[in-house]
Write a protein that binds this ligand. Sequence first.
Ligand code: HAM
Length: 421
Amino acid sequence: MEALQAVRGMNDILPDQVGWWQKVEKTAREVLENFGYREIRTPVAEKLELFARSIGESTDIVEKEMYSFQDRNGDFLALRPEATASVVRAYIQHNLQADPILQKFYAVGPMFRHERPQKGRYRQFHQIDAEVFGIDSPMIDAEIMHMLHLFLERLGVSGIMLNINTLGCPECRKTYRKVLQDYLIAAGDDFCPDCLRRRVTNPLRVFDCKVERCKALITGAPAIMDSIDDECRAHFDAVRGYLTRLGTPFVINPRMVRGLDYYMRTTFEVVTDRLGSQNAIGGGGRYNGLVKDLGGPDVAGIGFAIGMERLILLLQQDQTEPARAAQVFVAALGEAAGARGFLLVQELRDRGIEAEMDYEGRSLKSQMRRADKTGARYVLILGEDELNRGEIQLRDMREKTQKNLPLDGVVGEMLELSERS
Ligand code: HAM
């Protein structure tokens, strides 16, 4: 029978890779919690309408990439293409605004977009997502980018750059929309069918187009920065000022509009030139108005998400895999020693020492080979002779030394050794 394969664009993360994932998640949790964020876990499926109303009907994500389906009740659902909409939904549903302190949340998990798979672009991918509610101060814009930078620095990521921009408020957007629309109409009708439609319905989305012809036609398009009002400009200037004082390097990229409709004012992306065309490691921005639009209170919002696959691809270019090794391997020979060895392994584990054994009673040579493969620092050898004498042989694989220990005291000795190493 033909063996089944995973769905295209959805990957297994095998044990030899998982060390990277654990390292990234651990560092993320440490940094985020240090900045006052607390974890939130929401379902992977939501009502389709949630994403259409937040990300925007005319975005690529909603128009082309969503895993949407009707469940057995006939309800229209979708696998989440991102986390922000779900976090906002949960924030409203559980009245989280009522907590005077906790307004910072993070989520880690799989997201789904039906894009064409290639290196760094998958149909199931993972994000580390952070969201803050109720703070309009430019301090939080700067802080969130500073935190993102710190996180990447702590992981030892190199070759990245933080791009920032402002999209202004809805009023500025209205002005810009008209300016851009005029430009797009004057540019002629050589745009792809999507862009011809978008320049009427949602002209900003023309910037997301991947068609070379369209990209060329918009190279001279006016920048949004020139349409923003004084208040939005002051907010952006303050964000830049704080970032500079925090020592977080950034460049201003007036062409960056981000592919989701809910943004206003500050937007940002961390990009690299080391992953080919999938150059965004993470991105985010401010979304005042979204919580209200989804039926909640009128509170400010800002957040970002990092793509874990892309981040790990980047880490793998400069670093070796985080090592994972069992501490102790128990090699027991013969039935009686095998049974004693089995109990010893459990006892070591009970005391918090990572221990492994061979359950099949193989030869000493083959057990030593297995011990070597597990990367164990110590091997404990228990043959029939040792068992009769109440002893066990300890080999230190790194120091290449060996000695006999009383079998009764071996757990204590291993505890001491593992504390020292
Ligand atoms: P986004 O820019 O759509 O933003 O996605 C954030 C990151 O997810 C990207 O920079 C990229 O690293 C990763 N990513 C996106 N699509 C894929 C894919 N198909 N394969 C692999 N990685 C991918 C958002 O999702 C917003 N929710 C961010 C946000 C949070 N804004 C405010 N709060």
